[in-house]
Design a binder for this molecule. Sequence first.
Ligand SMILES: Cc1cc2nc3c(=O)[nH]c(=O)nc-3n(C[C@H](O)[C@H](O)[C@H](O)COP(=O)(O)OP(=O)(O)OC[C@H]3O[C@@H](n4cnc5c(N)ncnc54)[C@H](O)[C@@H]3O)c2cc1C
Length: 342
Amino acid sequence: MHSDLSLQHDISLRPFNTFGIDARARHYVRVTSSEQLRLALADPALAALPRLVLGGGSNLLLTGDFDGLVLHIASTGKEVLAGDTQHVHVRAAAGENWHEFVQWTLAQGLGGLENLALIPGTVGAAPIQNIGAYGLETQDVFHSLTAFDPATGSEVTLDRAACRFAYRDSLFKQEDGRHLIVTSVTFALPRAWQPNLRYAELAAAVAEQGIAAPTARQVADTVIAVRRRKLPDPREIGNAGSFFKNPVVSAAQCAQLLERWPALVHHRQADGSEKLAAGWLIDQCGWKGRSLGAAGVYEKQALVLVNRGGATGEDVQRLARAIQDDVEARYGVRLEPEPVFV
Ligand SMILES: Cc1cc2nc3c(=O)[nH]c(=O)nc-3n(C[C@H](O)[C@H](O)[C@H](O)COP(=O)(O)OP(=O)(O)OC[C@H]3O[C@@H](n4cnc5c(N)ncnc54)[C@H](O)[C@@H]3O)c2cc1C
């Protein structure tokens, strides 16, 4: 193996996942550049192992020890590119911390990413589930990305259409894209910036401060304050953010549910379907604040499952299944987990 790579064996992944699950990895390597990534996968012994590409570990549930190679993406670098008449392009390496990158764009005087402030994890993982919050998704500000294809040993550039973004979904979660390793992402930020206050709670939080025409910085600060109020800090209590996706149902199914439960929280989608608030469904089933063993449901937000101390991946899965079964029995809707199970 190449001397530039420091391969470690049988290590705990506890510091590398925000749930704080103490699973172990058979092999682990931290790669700080595309060149190191290429080198690691040019080694036939390493390339043959089952692989887990790891960013900030904030959207993972480790269900047990990982008997393969963990490739920890820690590449850095960010730059402002020329762009076009409408947009400034900014590019960052996959290993950059997402929130720090958002802050950096704001410091450059560039708005566009502020609604996604304080989401944990890395830039490289943002396109994987098309991260979204407060009325904005990655795809809305995405230009292109580069990814390493271990099958060919070369890098490819993919535009927005090629990434097949959807709600918490992309090419990289599908069979034909799962092997790709994102190495950098380029965003297209509007030259003529306007605040995006489509999300009612964000608009209300801005208005509450008496701000009529917020700057991008003020929107970011508001998003940060709202998130801090609602979500547990993984450094204090292990979690992976929202544990379930909001289920999307037909208008007819939503209408039927509303007949029985008029208070059902739902949001109409552009295609006429309805997105139900998974947190509301879970809360109505009485799960908020409850625990099963060392895994629990966060007191302030029923969509977030937490590690109350020493939880295993199996504990979290058991709790998740119990919630899924209850919600399905009552509302006929099966909740789908958002984190990736490893
Ligand atoms: C408190 C909290 C709040 C959150 N809030 C939100 C939110 O508002 N909206 C939202 O969408 N998400 C949210 N999340 C989930 C999470 O932060 C995002 O999904 C984030 O993008 C995950 O980044 P990561 O680097 O930690 O990815 P990881 O957890 O390390 O990996 C997640 C998946 O992406 C893959 N992956 C990671 N990096 C790469 C790469 N370079 N190339 C290819 N595949 C890769 C991994 O293999 C894995 O399948 C939240 C999580 C927490 C803990």
